[in-house]
Design a protein around this ligand. Sequence first.
Ligand code: SF4
Ligand code: SF4
Length: 115
Amino acid sequence: MSEGSSAASNQGNAGIGGYLKAPAKLTLEDKLFLVAFNVDKEPHLKLKDKAVCAACKAKPCLYICPVENYTLQGEEVVLSWEGCLECGTCRIVCPHDAIDWKYPLGGYGVNFRNG
Ligand code: SF4
Ligand code: SF4
């Protein structure tokens, strides 16, 4: 390739670069806004034994769930299932295998197709 054609090519890329902009960065909240849920009345996540959770020192579930489904109410760990993204992270990090974790029944749960 000659020097001249290389320079022309670079100019072309610079021109395209002027039109191509990186998409705006979405926050977690923006992304969650695009997700839909069909929530079952029956929870697909349950804590097996509250005594095990009470004795759990680190309680990583409180910090790892992206939608904060695990909360402390007083001293007690409370688990919600409505906004669950079905990522399975809580099941992996729980050091005591204290979560009865299942996918929601067919037709229920998170729908990522909107996002
Ligand atoms: S990490 Fe597991 S055992 Fe510990 S509080 Fe959370 S669910 Fe309970
Ligand atoms: S599966 Fe993911 S989104 Fe659902 S409760 Fe566990 S960590 Fe939270």
